[in-house]
Every structure is written in structure tokens, then in C-alpha cells.
Write a protein that binds this ligand. Structure first.
Ligand SMILES: [Zn+2]
Ligand SMILES: [Zn+2]
Length: 419
């Protein structure tokens, strides 16, 4: 398959934190060909088998053969190619960490059922896509960042603004045309990397709207809401930074950063499930109202799936509550509440803030509440605390001993989101 590949006559240097999706779009634009043709010429896709586009799993990881072929065709080092993939983010971001999540051992398994990497929703910062003014970015646009695939990345600190999702003109997800492909309409040539690739409903036409024009540069929220989102993003970016702290507090115990992100995921599910329970912890009323709308939609979907489960038509699904929000501001609002809950400094305070949420979750659906309280891959302290009855003093003492015997220590320093 790869024997006949020759290096491309020209290549491009990857930008910092660029995803393979963005890199393919820029290469395609540079050569004036379709992204699918670049994927074939660089060995990502076998000629003739690309009818379904570019497999979305290539976003995450490449097997050795593909990695080698792609590196040779693009004149990049193997490390530079790995830098375009999301696999390495798993070291700090637990929902992509195969060591913590046994069910996601293969790259396709990692992406197929894992909603905590955004493969269907496309977030972007219009100012990043505009480019930094250098000649190469003037011509082919700026950086589609890898980190925009992570639900806890909902704002751009470089440009001090929340990310956007959806096209400013057609309102659809810009990659919506083919959910299974890394790039929508991958066999279409001639689009700029910062153009919407959605298909206009009822036609074959591509929307093609620019994602970087003046409209996209307006801030979608009030200054206080933007400030709250940026503050939380600063905290998460520090945790995601390869040089950032190794551990962080979950309910008063130091846990590895990667696992803390799974703890946030578990709490995000509990927050949606029991909304409006945690509403008073939202940073601004505007953020609370965004979650009101999203939770209403999720409660309705949950009720519908419960009715179907009761009629024996299918199993009760939990994804209505456990999926992250596609809208960056909603994701930021819910994760902000989750971060504040996890910042409770000890068991007493944890039980105070968590009791209404746990009681409501049990009431709504006991087995699902159990599933979220013992979420796969979440930290031992989180599971122990959320599964131990706060009324049983003896059990609480034994729980503390068990957490310590697993090697966890109490949080004493500053590695904490301030509430
Ligand atoms: Zn930006
Ligand atoms: Zn559009």
C-alpha cells in the first residue's frame, strides 16, 4: 500500500497544537486538491476505498505503517506526526487514556463509543482560524487545534473568547455532511480550511460560509460570562499542559490529573441528571439559563427513552445525561459547577454540597445514579465518597482508611480550583 508513495513536492510545517484534520485541510488548500486526495497520497486512505471519506479514528492515532507512510510523504518526523493526533492528550485527559478505560484499548474503540472526544461536533475559535498574519497562515488559514476536540476546552485564552460551534450562516455543524468522516465532503476541492463544509439541506450544494468574517468575531456572551468561562479555561489549560501539575484535588484528595477529568465527567452526568439541583453554583445567571435549556432537552429525551424501556422496546440509555454538551458555553457552565463541587475540601463539605444531588439522582433512577457515582475510570476517592452513606459514621471512618490504604493523600497545597 505504501511502497509507491513519494514525498509531496512541497509540505507544510505543523502549527502548535494543530490536529491532523486541520493539517489535511491546509495541505489540500496548498495543492488545490480535495482533502481525500491528500489522505490517499499520504497513505492514510487506500486508493479506491475512500468512498466513505477519511475514517474519523485517524484523528486519534495511526498504526505504525500509516504513521511511517504519512511522515515520509509529508517530510515530517514521527514525533511531529504524533503531535497532530489526540492519543498523546490521554496522558493528562483521562477520557482518552487507554490505561484508565479498559474498554477503549484500540483507536477505533477509543473513538467509536467515546463521546468525550468531540468527533461529531466541531468547535472553533474564529480568530485562530484567521491566522497569525504570517505569509503561510495568510494563504492557508490558521490552526484547527487538537485540543478543541476535548469537551473541557470551550474557550481560547490566546484570543480571550469562548469557542464557537456551528456555522454563522447555515447554523449547522460545519462538518455535519458525513459524521463518519474526519472531513465532510472530503472529495471536494477548492474550499479554504476556514470555510463551512456543511451541505445545504435539500441540495448538494456546500454552504461555504467563511468562519472568520466579522460576524464570527462578535462575542456571543456578556463580559461577566466570558470572564467566568476564561477563568475556568485557564484552570483546565493548566491541567492539560504537559508541564502542568501531576495531581489535583477531587473532594479533598490528591488524584492524578487524568483521573480528575473522569471525575469531572462523572459529575457532569450527575449535574445534568439532577438539574436544577446545582443551579446556584453557576457563575452567572446567563450560564445557568443556558444549562436550563440544555437540561430540559435532556430530561425530555430521558423520559422518552424511559417510556420505551418500560414498554420493553429497549434498555434505558444513560447517554442523555453522560454526553458532554456540544455548545462550548453550556459545557463550560456545567464543568464549572463540577469543578466547584470537586473543590469541596473534605468529606463533611462534600456531603453537604453533594447530598441534594445524590438524593435526587437516586430518586430519578437508582441504578443510573449508581453507575455515575462509580463511573468507570473515575478516582477511588470520588467513588468511595459518593457511594458511602453520610449517615453512617463508622462507614465514613473506614472509607477514609481505605482511601489512604490505596495510596491517596489529603489535599494540602494549592492544586485546586478556587470556588
Ligand atoms: Zn483563538
Ligand atoms: Zn454553513
Amino acid at each position: 500500500m505504501t511502497g509507491r508513495l513519494r514525498p509531496l513536492p512541497r509540505s507544510l510545517d505543523p502549527l502548535a497544537d494543530e490536529s491532523i484534520h486541520g493539517y489535511l485541510l491546509r495541505l489540500a488548500h496548498r495543492f488545490g486538491v480535495a482533502p481525500l486526495e491528500i489522505a490517499v497520497r499520504t497513505g492514510l486512505v487506500v486508493q479506491g476505498r475512500g468512498r466513505n471519506g477519511i475514517p474519523v479514528r485517524l484523528l486519534h492515532d495511526l498504526d505504525e505503517q500509516r504513521l511511517d507512510a504519512f511522515a515520509r510523504a509529508t517530510c515530517l518526523t514521527h514525533d511531529e506526526v504524533r503531535g497532530l493526533l489526540t492519543a498523546l492528550l490521554g496522558e493528562r485527559y483521562g477520557p482518552l487514556n487507554a490505561g484508565l478505560l479498559a474498554e477503549f484499548r484500540t483507536p477505533s474503540g477509543m473513538l467509536h463509543n467515546n463521546r468525550w472526544i468531540l468527533t461529531r461536533a466541531t468547535r472553533y475559535c474564529p480568530r485562530c482560524l484567521t491566522g497569525d498574519g504570517t505569509e503561510i497562515e495568510e494563504r492557508h488559514g490558521g490552526c484547527w487545534r487538537r485540543s478543541w476536540r476535548l469537551p473541557p476546552v470551550f474557550a481560547c485564552l490566546r484570543h480571550q473568547r469562548p469557542l464557537l460551534y456551528g456555522c454563522p450562516r447555515c447554523g449547522q455543524d460545519i462538518n455535519t455532511a458525513r459524521a463518519g468522516s474526519l472531513v465532510a465532503r472530503a472529495s471536494e476541492a477548492g474550499l479554504h480550511p476556514a470555510q463551512c463544509r456543511a451541505t445545504i439541506p435539500g441540495t448538494r450544494a456546500i454552504c461555504g460560509a467563511s468562519l472568520v468574517d466579522g460576524e464570527a468575531n462578535r462575542l456571543p456572551h456578556s463580559p461577566s460570562t466570558v470572564a467566568a468561562l476564561l477563568r475556568l479555561q485557564h484552570h483546565f489549560d493548566r491541567l492539560l499542559d504537559p508541564g502542568g501539575p501531576k495531581s489535583v484535588g477531587s473532594f479533598g484528595w490528591l488524584v492524578p490529573v487524568a483521573q480528575h477529568f473522569i471525575d469531572l465527567r462523572a459529575l457532569s452526568a450527575l449535574i445534568f441528571m439532577t438539574w436544577p439541583c446545582g443551579r446556584e453554583l453557576a457563575d452567572t445567571e446567563a450560564l445557568a439559563m443556558l444549562v436550563d435549556r440544555e437540561a430540559e432537552k435532556r430530561h425530555a429525551e430521558f423520559a422518552k427513552s424511559r417510556a420505551e424501556a418500560e414498554a420493553g422496546r429497549r434498555r434505558q440509555a444513560s447517554h442523555h445525561y453522560s454526553n458532554p454538551a456540544a455548545d462550548p458555553a453550556v459545557a463550560g457552565a456545567v464543568l464549572g459547577i463540577a469543578a466547584k463541587l470537586l473543590a469541596a475540601p473534605d468529606e463533611n463539605e462534600t456531603h453537604e454540597v453533594m447530598a441534594p444531588i445524590i438524593d435526587r439522582a437516586k430518586e430519578r433512577n437508582f441504578s443510573m445514579s449508581y453507575q455515575f457515582r462509580s463511573f468507570g475510570g473515575s478516582s477511588y476517592p470520588l467513588q468511595a465518597i459518593l457511594l458511602t452513606s453520610r449517615r453512617d459514621r463508622g462507614a465514613l471512618q473506614r472509607m477514609e482508611q481505605r482511601i489512604e490504604s490505596k495510596g491517596f493523600s489529603r489535599l494540602t497545597g494549592a492544586e485546586q480550583f478556587t470556588r
